[in-house]
Write a protein that binds this ligand. Structure first.
Ligand code: TXA
Ligand code: MG
Length: 321
């Protein structure tokens, strides 16, 4: 099989109706989508990306009215969803039985999301089922932000890639757990915390900062790793082990002194965190095509979207054990 890359919603629907999986564009990253209500499709999603069955999938739909079919939605949550979605956010809610346990890895909750991408919204409106979709990368690798990224890694395993151009946000959705007494952030992502707090009207806790937190899905350790070894050390610490031609760099606005100019990737020359988020995964992938062995990465300012970017960068760092 070799995936066709195209912009035909009908073609995507034909495949999905046969319980096949199709890559879809969203504003965050590309997803690997299948009918969320059919076990056969869901099994295909897990198999295609070699994802462990204990890591649950997000269910995508086109409107908050649809949420009621799939989850119990507390009354106060509806205006939040109306203001925040479509957008880069996933809501964890108590699931209804129509959602197969396979989708939620046996959890009593389901992640629901309304992606903000015109092609995918139209696709979702034309389907009579929601789409389960993890990011369209092999498990443990960097998420794809353009159709060609999906084709490079999963093109031999899926029939169709719906091409919606470059993802505007570039990092995955923020995940907010609304199934407990108080909202909790499970994953930092495309929505800034301060924006969420102003709409939800309370301070939001980040589960990673709570020592009593149970192991949350989505908090797997090395999750965004490219093949090249990434370090936050200075170039001087790497030079004894690697020759200069084999060292690359990703930095925020200014090149890193001592690294060869052609091996330097800049996230945003103007210091714009939105632009940095949009470039992040593309640059991490580019390192793997540079014939280098190691790269120095510079963290970005730890504010706003910078927190989500640094979270991805930290997880991509080389771990010797
Ligand atoms: O931006 C995104 O969210 C993208 C696009 C395609 O929508 N999707 C995405 O999916 O990033 P994935 O599977 O790569 O990451 C989803 C995360 C996983 O870490 C999973 O553990 C968590 O969401 N998750 C899903 N359902 C959950 C649940 N019921 N409770 C807690 N975490 C959940
Ligand atoms: Mg993922």
């Amino acid at each position: 099989m070799r995936a066709t890359i195209g912009t035909s919603i009908s073609e995507a629907i034909d495949h999905l109706n046969k319980n096949e999986v199709v890559a879809i564009p969203t504003e965050t990253v590309y997803g690997l989508a299948g009918n969320a209500l059919e076990r056969e499709s869901v099994i295909r999603i897990f198999e295609t990306k070699a994802r462990p069955a204990f890591d649950p999938l997000i269910v995508h739909t086109h409107s908050v009215n649809e949420f009621h079919k799939y989850a119990d939605v507390p009354a106060e949550v509806i205006p939040w969803v109306q203001k925040l979605s479509p957008g880069p956010i996933t809501y964890i809610l108590r699931k209804k039985p129509i959602i197969p346990d396979l989708v939620t890895s046996g959890h009593p909750t389901v992640g629901l999301r309304i992606p903000n991408h015109p092609l995918t919204l139209e696709l979702l409106r034309r389907l009579d089922y929601p789409l389960a979709a993890p990011s369209a990368n092999p498990f443990g690798y960097v998420s794809p932000t353009k159709a060609s990224h999906v084709a490079d890694q999963l093109g031999g395993k899926i029939p169709y890639i719906l091409d919606g151009g470059d993802c505007e946000v570039g990092i995955e959705s923020t995940i907010i757990d609304l199934s407990g007494e108080k909202p909790v952030i499970l994953r930092l992502g495309g929505y800034e915390l301060s924006e969420l707090e102003s709409i939800i009207g309370m301070e939001l806790n980040d589960i990673r900062l709570s020592s009593s937190a149970p192991h949350a899905p989505g908090m797997l350790h090395s999750h965004y790793a490219p093949g090249v070894k990434l370090f936050t050390s200075s170039i001087d610490d790497l030079l004894p082990s690697y020759s200069i031609e084999k060292i690359g760099a990703i930095s925020f606005t200014n090149p890193i002194h001592g690294v060869l100019a052609e091996k330097q990737l800049i996230l945003s020359k103007t210091g714009d965190l939105r632009e940095a988020a949009k470039n992040l995964f593309r640059h991490l992938r580019a390192l793997d095509n540079m014939e280098i062995e190691a790269a120095v990465v510079e963290m970005v300012p730890n504010e706003g979207l910078g927190k989500a970017i640094n979270d991805r960068l930290k997880r991509a760092l080389y771990k010797s054990n």
